[in-house]
Design a protein around this ligand. Structure first.
Ligand code: SAM
Length: 336
């Protein structure tokens, strides 16, 4: 008799895994300088999980106690059928929260359908409020479209919308105040993310572009009163969060370098080829696609494989500032 399935996913360090980030495509209409090479080779279609396969993977995780699901990519909104997928996932019994991370370029058309499909919260990435600089950082992006997307998202009534910003010294660090003002004036949250050493990039030196969250906080302190929000259980994930006094907006700092948060890790990722990544900063992975595509056999094989993999979740990542990537996969293939 096979061992009974656990009701929850718990790793060897006692961390409960309740959050899955599911990549629905490795493709993207942007080529952000810290995220991708300018010329990217994307996966052939046969290697990519179908919408139905993505749903089966997500359902297995929810059966095993995952309560929060984030759709990401690549750019999730370039995947055809994304709204239908969101609707189906939003109905999974036991799932508390369906959320999505996007570059915002297609939100003008898709924000309302996604909200209607059950997506509760959105993260929208934006690294500059200056059109030329925005184009340079994304290589292809049109700031006007993203701003229109943000307005559509505000009108669609999501529970919360958070802007995600990667700050690079010398490229956009002079916009920190403007970005926080932009977020606050629109009732949005904003998180500043330290650049992580994923994938080989050639446009800047990661070591030179690094700017710590503490540095950013100091810069903001002269302009905003930031009130620390406690989050002892790590429920909001790795962000250290502050409320901007006099507003409902929050500023978060995600600091994989300067403030390691691995002990609070409650998440795993699945890439669009069905690779279960147990840690953003380690290569440990398990091929779930083979199990999803296996014609017959144990109907719970996928569940068992996921549960068994938890024992291999590494204790922590060891990011450094070296210009050699520590992880060869880009964030876009990782499911950021
Ligand atoms: N396309 C969507 C977007 O733009 O948000 C979702 C995928 S994107 C990979 C998710 C987030 O990862 C974005 O906020 C992006 O800025 C961030 N990101 C990508 N590469 C990164 C890196 N090397 N270090 C830190 N953040 C990174």
């Amino acid at each position: 008799m096979p061992a009974p399935l656990p009701e929850e996913l718990v790793d060897a360090f006692g961390r409960h895994i309740r959050y899955l980030r599911l990549s629905v495509t490795d493709r993207c209409d942007f080529r952000c300088v810290y995220c991708m090479a300018e010329e990217m080779t994307f996966l052939p279609r046969r290697e990519v999980l179908s919408l139905e396969e993505l749903e089966r993977v997500a359902a297995a995780f929810v059966d095993l106690g995952v309560r929060k699901l984030r759709l990401t990519g690549g750019e999730p909104l370039v995947r055809r059928g994304i709204v239908d997928l969101a609707r189906r996932l939003g109905r999974l019994p036991g799932l508390d929260e369906l959320v999505l991370t996007t570059n915002g370029a297609r939100l003008a058309a898709l924000a309302a359908p996604l909200r209607d499909a059950g997506v509760r919260r959105l993260n929208i990435s934006i690294d500059s409020l200056q059109p030329d600089r925005f184009r340079a950082l994304t290589r292809t992006g049109d700031l006007g479209r993203v701003l229109a997307g943000i307005e559509a998202a505000r009108a669609a009534g999501f529970d919360r919308i958070r802007l995600n910003t990667v700050i690079l010294r010398g490229r956009n660090d002079d916009e920190v105040i403007d970005l926080v003002t932009f977020a606050r004036d629109r009732g949005l949250d904003i998180a500043f993310i330290e650049e992580m050493p994923l994938g080989h990039i050639d446009e800047h030196s990661r070591a030179e572009a690094f700017i710590s969250s503490a540095d950013l906080r100091d810069r903001l302190a002269g302009h905003f009163r930031l009130e620390a929000l406690g989050d002892p259980a790590g429920a909001a994930g790795p962000a250290r969060r502050f409320r901007i006094a006099g507003s409902d907006s929050q500023v978060g700092f995600i600091s994989p370098h300067s403030n390691n948060f691995c002990h609070l890790c409650n998440r795993v990722r699945v890439t669009v080829e069905g690779r279960l990544l147990l840690c953003l900063g380690n290569e440990h992975s398990l091929d779930l696609r083979e199990l999803v595509r296996r014609p017959q056999g144990d109907p719970l094989a996928l569940h068992r494989a996921i549960a068994g993999a938890m024992a291999r979740k590494p204790e922590r990542h060891h990011f450094s500032h070296s210009d050699e990537p520590e992880i060869v996969r880009f964030m876009s293939t990782t499911g950021g």
